[in-house]
Write a protein that binds this ligand. Sequence first.
Ligand code: ASP
Length: 442
Amino acid sequence: MRRFFNLPNVILLSLALGVLFGWIAGSAGLLKAGFLLELLKLGGDLFKSLIFMVIVPLVFVSLICGMMSIGDLRKLGRVAGRTLVLYFITAALACIVAIFLVNAIKPGHAIAKETRDRIAKEHEAKQKEIVGKIKTTEHTPWTFIRGIVPNNVFSVMTSNSQMLPVIFFALLFGLCAAMIDSKRREHLAYTFESLSLVMVRMIQAVMFTAPVGVFCLIAVATASIGIEVVKAMALYCVVVVLALSIQFFVVYGGVIRLLTRLRFTDFVRACRPALVTAFSTSSSAASLPVNMECVNKRLNVSTSVTSFVLPIGTTVNMDGTAIMQTVATVFIAQLYAIDLTVTQQIGVILTAMLAAVGTAPVPAAGIAMLVIILEPLGIPLTGIALIWAVDRPLDMLRTVVNVVGDGVAAAAVGTMEGEDVKYVPEEAAVGFQLPTGDSQYP
Ligand code: ASP
């Protein structure tokens, strides 16, 4: 019994209870407004803030620790190369499967013109807000590359979605720190290691609030899902979910099987807390600290690989988002009877891969980047209103895929680096047991 009630299982249980509660209370009209809704929102927001506040210091400190222990540019180059190749291949596979499915099933043909216009009208204000916001900033590969090197490291550290400049600074700091005289280097390494331990302890402590936080987030999310719209858009949702499932089980399952010695079920078991966090917060950034903990402690991937592969993946590797963007683009084209040529569809794949790289790891960010893919093809931006109408549950699912994709790459790169990547059961993975008598946590 006690074995069953470990923290990951308790979080899963609270997820199920949150869905049930949100569904019942939502159908009874108890979660439209009022005290209960405010209370649940408060619980969810506090949980998210507790995680968000650790992201930047955790990434910064652990990356420096990792760099100081690598201290070798060749290894860094190899790890970076392998990581980027894996990210590229999985993203390409994701988009190819997505484009194949959306062309085969044709969800855009299943919606009557009147239904299309009605849903577009209902969500017109939101669609205009999304389009307006995205057009205020320039999104080109040039601005993306320019943004990697910060001109003020403190200003980029104030945003949770600007991970690449923080990584750049930490890498440089770690490498240069490895070059100073040995006495000072040891001092510095010891200090950063101690800081890193504090960060890990903080995440472990925050995770004890996860059952309550996840319950609150999921209850509110479930109650806010409009079943009527989901029914009208059912086929679109089916295509997205199908493509996400193929990515999860076939592509990621295949990478784990081919490139590691892990069983995929063990991989998923080890990453449960990260998956539930991704599902309930719809944010890869919020899931990053938990994902790092799972990959490092429960899959035994070294700190240097974990702290390099995961933060970069959180920012640039979003296969779930690329899937949604590919399906949504072709779906909207079908809705407005626009025939996309094969060349245009290849263009959709390439821009979706790029748009996913530029998508911020926060809720609903992927939908905003659709503007960049739709506009050059002359596809009406009003279609975004329909995608928005059903995006909440799909965002939860694609964020899970985004987060798992990073974990898969970390496990594969760790194995390729000769590490003993293996499943560490709950009892042995420090910090994930329920508190015992002598625990330091509440
Ligand atoms: N919510 C997603 C994430 O954080 C981004 C998206 O909207 O696709 O990974």
